[in-house]
Design a protein around this ligand. Structure first.
Ligand SMILES: Cc1cc2nc3c(=O)[nH]c(=O)nc-3n(C[C@H](O)[C@H](O)[C@H](O)COP(=O)(O)OP(=O)(O)OC[C@H]3O[C@@H](n4cnc5c(N)ncnc54)[C@H](O)[C@@H]3O)c2cc1C
Length: 378
């Protein structure tokens, strides 16, 4: 099979790329390892309204399991840091199936059970070997998620550090209004999550180590009984920020493969949607003769608030907070919308804790406009 663009990976990043590139008139073949688009789901399935808007889909699709009005970060003492931000618990399998069908209706070919096993650049074209045969492509969009080996075939060196995430689906009715993130010092920047979905709940925990022990902690904290657990899932969450290079020879990296997940929130759907969508358009323009389309894309991605290198510093700072400080910070703001708290009040807390001030000086700046940043961060 010969095509203009091959997309490797049928998660949200790859599907958005395939959709946009085929919409712009390019011939697109998407190759995915999974037997069926969208399944199995390896995700907490929570997104902000802003993420959904980026897909161009409406919030009335059957992939919306439940609508929430805010996000709560809960410290060990049980105090909450709260922000109003509309979001959704979604059926990610259905969202991906919808994106795939939209891409297919533009003419993109979606091939399941088609793992790319090797890649070779010959006479300016990529030859991709799969069990379904060889695909010859003028350009490759690599959207293989946290898979570490595939980018190496295309000349991308370097290992991405990852958190591990383990998720559970619960048989528990909960129509709660907020997505809840449970933090504690020994998670070192990881967190537990509890996302109500109406007729069920997605919960889980991400951490660098000790996932089993941390899952036990989550179950104790949320009084989860074993007979409530329907299924387990899990995976890696890259936390190094954007890779040093995103563009190679007739190929580029999007989504988790490019490090587009947020090192603080560990949320990656927004980065996958945005990077995939914009890359699909850019690669189609590049193949149509726009010589700067790819470097413009990379420049836009690197300067975007969501992918600021400052997030790595912020993540480092948050990972350094132990239980006492987490309790103090959340205790100060408990129950109030964080964006309504005067900076002077936040500064008073910081100044009363010289150790906190010292850690922040390493590179974290308090900035106004937190709401805008929140909008982009998850
Ligand atoms: C437990 C867990 C919970 C999470 N919860 C959330 C959440 O609630 N909200 C949020 O925003 N983010 C969450 N994330 C992160 C989010 O799931 C990812 O950032 C997002 O899925 C990245 O999308 P992607 O398209 O880049 O990669 P993926 O969704 O991982 O898709 C990659 C695709 O590439 C395919 N593939 C890999 N190698 C090959 C190959 N060689 N050939 C062909 N196909 C290949 C895979 O089969 C897969 O379908 C979570 C992650 C984990 C692990």
């Amino acid at each position: 099979m010969v095509t203009d663009i091959a997309v490797i990976g049928g998660g949200v990043a790859g599907l958005m790329s395939a959709f946009e590139a085929s919409r712009a008139g390019a011939r697109v073949v998407l190759l995915d390892s999974r037997k069926e688009v969208g399944l199995p789901v390896q995700c907490g399935e929570a997104i902000s309204e802003n993420t959904l808007n980026l897909t161009g889909l409406k919030d009335d699709g059957e992939w919306i399991a439940h609508t929430v009005e805010g996000f709560r970060v809960r410290s060990p003492s049980g105090f909450d840091l709260y922000t109003r931000l509309r979001g959704f618990s979604i059926r990610r399998d259905l969202l991906e199936k919808e994106l795939a069908s939209r891409a297919a209706s533009n003419g993109a070919v979606i091939l399941s059970s088609a793992t790319v096993e090797s890649a070779e650049l010959k006479d300016g074209r990529w030859l991709l070997s799969t069990r379904k045969g060889t695909i010859t492509a003028g350009f490759v969009i690599i959207a293989c998620g946290a898979n570490q080996y595939l980018p190496v075939f295309f000349g991308f060196e370097g290992h991405q550090n990852s958190f591990r995430g383990i998720g559970i689906k619960l048989k528990r009715k909960d129509f709660g209004n907020d997505l809840i993130f449970l933090v504690k010092g020994d998670l070192k920047g990881g967190y537990g999550w509890y996302f109500p979905r109406g007729d069920g709940v997605n919960a889980g925990v991400c951490a660098l180590t000790d996932l089993t022990a941390q899952l036990d902690w989550l179950k104790r904290t949320l009084s989860i009984r074993d007979d409530e657990i329907i299924s387990y899932h899990g995976g890696a969450i890259p936390v190094d920020g954007l890779r040093a290079g995103l563009i190679g020879s007739s190929c580029l990296l999007v989504g988790d493969a490019g490090g587009f997940s947020n090192p603080i929130t560990k949320g990656g759907i927004i980065g996958a949607v945005l990077s995939g969508r914009e890359a699909g358009k850019a690669v189609a323009s590049f193949l149509a003769g726009d010589g700067t389309a790819l470097t413009d894309w990379e420049g836009r991605m690197r300067s975007h608030t969501a992918f600021s290198p400052l997030n790595l510093k912020r993540a480092e700072f948050l990972a350094s907070l132990e239980d006492g400080l987490l309790n103090e910070i959340t205790g100060l703001v408990s129950g109030r919308e964080i964006n309504t708290i005067p900076t002077s009040e936040l500064m008073r807390l910081v100044l009363s804790r010289p150790d906190l001030l010292k850690r922040m000086k390493k590179g974290v700046h308090l900035v106004r406009g937190g709401r805008e940043w929140m909008k982009w961060s998850f």
